[in-house]
Design a protein around this ligand. Structure first.
Ligand code: AMP
Length: 600
């Protein structure tokens, strides 16, 4: 069984899916073969030589090569980036550049080496996903276009001459993508590459509205971006409609590429403008996406993990359209695919791709548990031991941290994500995404994971429903400026119906807000509640921020190098600057009034 051809482009979807069956059946052999190839190719590199002394034995590899995070290999990568591009530091194969990770989930953007082969494998993931979508929805490229919010980010050239670009930007630059763009997407090339994200968003939405009768798929990489797009229309529809009516784009769109694209697409269309005005001026925006783009079959966007927080609002706007989380990938590799694209976001299980990288799994000490809403919670993220488990030997029900060894020079590398194995497809594990390993909130010895925070907020925000309010975005912060420290949760809230009567801090019912604080405390893990009881942690605080505060946070991260396409609002913030952005926009503060915490 050869490994390489497995994910290579096969134009008809049935043969791609047949190959998927083969690789998931032969997972064990493929993994062994892949590790063998990586080690024999790279045994003489400076990095592996130091641990393996030229040997390629798998047991020795596991015994001698350390489990590492990005920080451990950063000095090696920095040397490659700073001028030793062609030397055998981490791998023998020549690099074609670096992927720039988003940097919002794990701190600073990371530089991940890429080779021609690893770039191909990443591209093939898109092919595989497309094949699954054809199986479920038919070939939509024959009947319409995709309105996807896509944002390219300028490349950075390293001193060695290698380019560092976001994985998404690299994909947008591919000639094969540019060839299909005008036929299959509503966004012209110039709008995707426009450096001003506001102008880019405005134009992509404008062109999506103009081509509304052709749109069959709506999406973006992450759910937060789709939601931001809808809200952008909510705040700017009059102007968008006026542009469509007159056939003239607003003066503040100064980007020459965007203006050029508009000159080709925008013609006066008062009939369409009136229709859109009618739709947008309705009182409730529930189901607005279906009304604006009536032929849409699904929303293609990642809704799992940190994105789960956006799904309720997205469902409200999308009026029953399926939300399809297609795959799980990171700058380090194409890891898994969702074989059941129609499953609800909270039920999504990804199936690992055994031929892209070599996997090991570090078991997590306490099992994750699944709550009544099928959300996986993780109470502690300490490892059981340092013995890793191979791909085919993982156990359903157990949580693991993922390690990868990739053909592009990463060895026993912690991706930083935690998953829970749910079962197997053929001989290959399937999992639910649990959260980032390093996103832990803590003010004393306790650690609260991303999944814990997600669950606590999900339970508390329900209390806003009767008030006609929606929690639109949130993040958290461990405040240790006074003793004992306490958890701060920043909330951006808006009224459900339109945005005409914006709530300000004074209008929020303090009783309900305090109840939200208590509800969060009650749903946090045992250690938190025990520490609260013993006053080792002070009362949880909700800081309500002005509308637009999280937009400002996004701008901050993007201006610091994050890719907008890959942006994920951090569940927990640690940087002072990011904190100042939110703190300067606080309109009200509420504390949990509880002195005793419920024993769950
Ligand atoms: P980046 O750092 O930009 O490469 O982003 C990769 C990270 O995004 C992963 O390590 C995950 O934490 C997150 N991610 C990617 N795909 C998914 C998914 N399908 N569900 C949840 N989180 C995801």
């Amino acid at each position: 069984m050869t490994r390489k051809p497995v994910l290579m482009a096969a134009n008809d979807y049935e043969s791609v899916l047949k190959m998927l069956e083969e690789i998931t059946t032969n997972a064990r052999q493929i993994q062994e073969q892949l590790l063998g190839e990586i080690l024999s190719k790279n045994a003489e590199t400076e990095y592996l030589q130091g641990f393996l002394h030229g040997q390629t034995d798998k047991q020795l590899f596991k015994k001698n090569v350390p489990i590492v995070t990005y920080d451990h290999i950063k000095p090696y990568i920095d040397r490659i980036a700073n001028g030793k591009a062609s030397s055998d530091i981490l791998l023998v194969e020549p690099l074609i550049g670096f992927s720039l990770s988003s940097g919002t989930s794990g701190g600073q953007p990371k530089l991940i080496p890429i080779t021609a082969e690893s770039a191909n494998v990443t591209a093939a993931l898109g092919n595989l996903h497309l094949s699954l979508m054809i199986k479920h929805f038919g070939d939509l490229s024959q009947v319409g276009k995709r309105m996807e919010l896509l944002f390219a980010k300028p490349d950075v050239e390293t001193p060695s001459g290698l380019k560092a670009s976001a994985v998404t930007t690299r994909a947008f630059k591919e000639s094969s993508f540019q060839a299909i763009l005008p036929k299959l997407y509503t966004s012209p090339y110039e709008t995707i590459f426009c450096p001003d994200t506001k102008q880019s968003t405005y134009c992509q939405l404008l062109f999506g509205l103009i081509q509304r009768d052709e749109v069959v798929v709506i999406g973006s990489i992450f759910a937060a971006t789709v939601l931001r797009g809808i809200k952008f229309i909510e705040n700017n529809w009059q102007e968008l409609c006026s542009n469509i009516k007159t056939g003239k784009i607003s003066d503040w769109i100064t980007d020459s590429g965007c203006r050029k694209a508009a000159s080709l697409i925008l013609k006066p269309n008062p009939k369409l403008a009136d229709l859109l005005e009618d739709i947008c001026s309705c009182k409730s925006w529930e189901g607005i996406v279906r009304k604006l783009w009536p032929k849409t079959k699904y929303i293609g966007t990642v809704c799992t993990g940190a994105m789960l927080q956006f799904t309720a609002e997205l469902e409200f706007y999308c009026g029953g359209l399926p939300l399809v989380s297609g795959f799980y990938a990171c700058s380090e590799g194409a890891i898994a695919i969702n074989l059941e694209p129609l499953s609800k976001p909270s039920d999504v299980c990804y199936t690992i791709l055994p031929n892209t990288v070599y996997y090991e799994f570090l078991p997590i000490k306490e099992d994750c548990v699944t709550d009544s809403q099928n959300q996986v919670q993780l109470h502690t993220s300490r490892h059981k031991d340092t013995e890793t488990v191979d791909l085919v030997n993982v156990k359903p029900g157990q949580c693991y941290e993922i390690l990868i060894t990739s053909p592009a020079g990463l060895y026993r590398y912690k991706v930083g994500d935690i998953i829970k194995v749910t079962g197997f497809h053929n001989n290959t594990p399937q999992f639910q995404f649990v959260g980032r390993q390093n996103v832990a909130l803590g003010v004393d010895m306790e650690r609260t994971s991303e999944a814990d925070i997600l669950k606590a907020v999900a339970e508390a925000k329900v209390l806003l429903d009767p008030l006609g309010l929606i929690l639109t975005e949130y993040t958290s912060y461990g405040d240790t400026s006074s003793t004992p420290g306490h958890y701060v949760i920043f909330w951006e809230i808006k009224p459900k119906e339109g945005n005409s009567n914006k709530k300000n801090g004074k209008e929020l019912d303090p009783k309900v807000m305090e109840e939200c604080c208590s509800k969060m405390e009650d749903s946090l893990h045992f250690t938190y509640r025990m520490y609260r009881k013993e006053n080792i942690i002070a009362a949880l605080e909700i800081r309500v921020v002005k509308q637009g505060a999280f937009e400002a946070l996004l701008d901050y991260f993007v201006s610091n190098g994050a890719s907008l396409s890959q942006y994920k609002t951090p569940i927990c913030i640690k940087s002072k600057e990011a904190l100042n952005i939110l703190d300067s926009r606080v309109i009200a503060k509420f504390f949990s009034p509880r002195t005793t915490i419920q024993d769950n």
